[in-house]
Design a protein around this ligand. Sequence first.
Ligand SMILES: [Fe+2]
Length: 549
Amino acid sequence: MTSRFISPAPTRRTVVKAAAVTAVAAPALLGAASPALADAGAPAFLHGVASGDPLPDGVLLWTRVTPSPEAVPGSGLGPDVQVGWELAEDRGFARVVASGTTTASASADHTVKADVRGLRPATAYWFRFTAGAAVSPAARTRTAPAADAAAPGVRFGVVSCANWESGHFSAYRHLAGRADLDAILHLGDYVYEYASGAYPEAKYVVRQHEPRHEIVSLADYRTRHGHYKTDPDLQALHAAHPVIAIWDDHEFANDAWAGGAENHTPGAEGEWAARVAAAKQAYFEWMPVRTSTEGTVFRRLRFGKLADLHLLDLRSFRSAPAKTGSGTVDDPERSITGRAQLDWLKSGLAGSDATWQLVGTSVMISPVAFGSLPAYLLEPLAELMGLPKEGLAANVDQWDGYTDDRKELLAHLTSRGIRNTVFLTGDIHMAWANDVPVKAATYPLSASAATEFVVTSVTSDNLDDILHVASGTLSVVAAGAVKAANRHVKWVDMDHHGYGVLDVTAERSQMDYYTVSDKTDPAATTAWARSYRTLTGTQRVERVYQPVR
Ligand SMILES: [Fe+2]
């Protein structure tokens, strides 16, 4: 979800290239011989390397090779090339414990993945790729704790909403500089689909992305992903930590749902299904996420007995937004998860023996009413949160637009006595710490079912950016009004950018919120802003006056 003050000029394409259905490169074979490399010009690794989705015995490795100068992302050009990979226990690669080869081809935009197994749990490894004479940068990754281990702690960097044109990815650089993280949790809006100058408007663009037009075709999505992967801070993040990513709407188009999006024009921009297929193909090619034959990112990762991490796909199966007249926000026929995913989540939560149930949800689950805000604040907030300016007091792109699913999920938590559920959220370009009440109207006299930590955007616009005023001038007032109308909201910061660090132990889950000094400054500094924690068994957040580290 985002706001835009201006609509992109209707330079819509009349033709959408059909999405070629291709699979990503097959997993490499462990222990295969060194690659015999084709004479393919001058291979080079120009888009960094990455790892993701750590398991107790494995991790997914990723890179993109450029086998020849014309083989730029999205071109469909360039020969097949053999790519070797190796994974070692030391950064000098003296103790290589796994290696293999795979073929990079134009059919997968010359991206490759190696899904390595046979590794030790809770262990750091180093990996790199080779192609011809080229050797990629070396990168660090880490496996998850053993499934039955009483892991003493797990620590994640948490990010969302990194719009290239809004600024520099300093949040990524500062997270890359931390050696104490198990993984990065990316909650969506890793790329944005807009034409250059559409969001933010042209005079506020910090740097231009490629391609300049709105991305619609497979070539477009590949080009945009490829361009993001040239960012030095983004490359540093992927080189330092495994990334666990889910998508939100902008990996497709603004306010996406199963049958369309706010920023999709059927006909002029082709069929929605073709656009989604192209976006998903490019996503699975370019992200260190295991490719799903079902075309979804909902999945579960485990961090010992300490935490199960349930990751949601809130775009592929969602019903049409209420604001298009498809029904009311309370309509039980409408869903944000789809029936199968909600059942999967409920059974996973009920069946887990882990101390913490971490739920990665791209959009906010806590109910929020904005009706008490004065008009001069409601209007920019409406822009930011996609509310109708007439004053409807709910953001229907969040779980607030699909209240029956939320009611069912929260009732499941309370009726089954499922404790310690913590929702981890991005999307709205603000930082929040919330209890998740069963009935917001009577809270805190009624129960809290869970807690929610929302991280702000890496760069995407928030309140002060939209109003073009100094950071903090209006947010102080607006935040006070939001808290007064929503007593389960313990903190909201509406005008900083940054990231979170989530630290989980048996006793508590704590989110440390960090801000960056200036998103337009490629050398921005970072500072700790606030911390909130949930003590085990409480389903409530409380402020903590220092970060974990
Ligand atoms: Fe966003």
